[in-house]
Design a binder for this molecule. Structure first.
Ligand code: FES
Length: 87
C-alpha cells in the first residue's frame, strides 16, 4: 500500500522511531500497529543526532526507511488517462 507519493521530510530528535512499512498507519510515516495481520513489520529508525531526514512515503524505496527517489519513477508509471471516444 502506497501511503504517499513523496517522502516525509521530518525533523527528528535523537531516539528510536518506527517507520511504517505497510502503508496502513494513520500516523504516517510512523507505525501505529496497523500492520498486525499482514506480512509487514515496521523498520526501526535509530536517530543519533537531531536533524532532518527524508523518510520514504511511497514504501518502494530500496533504502527503507529512507527515500531513494524511487517515488519519482513510480509517478511515471501511473496508468494513462482513459480518453472518451466521441462518435
Ligand atoms: S518516497 Fe519512497 S522513494 Fe521517495
Amino acid at each position: 500500500m502506497q501511503a504517499k507519493k513523496q517522502p516525509h521530510v521530518v525533523e527528528l530528535a535523537p531516539g528510536d522511531y518506527y517507520w511504517c512499512a505497510c502503508g496502513r498507519s494513520k500516523r504516517q510515516p510512523y507505525c501505529d500497529g496497523s500492520h498486525r495481520g499482514t506480512t509487514f513489520s515496521p523498520i526501526k529508525v535509530e536517530q543519533r543526532e537531531s536533524g532532518q531526514v527524508k523518510l520514504c512515503g511511497c514504501k518502494q524505496s530500496a533504502t527503507k526507511p529512507y527515500c531513494d527517489c524511487t517515488h519519482e519513477k513510480l509517478q511515471l508509471r501511473l496508468p494513462p488517462r482513459i480518453r472518451r471516444r466521441d462518435g
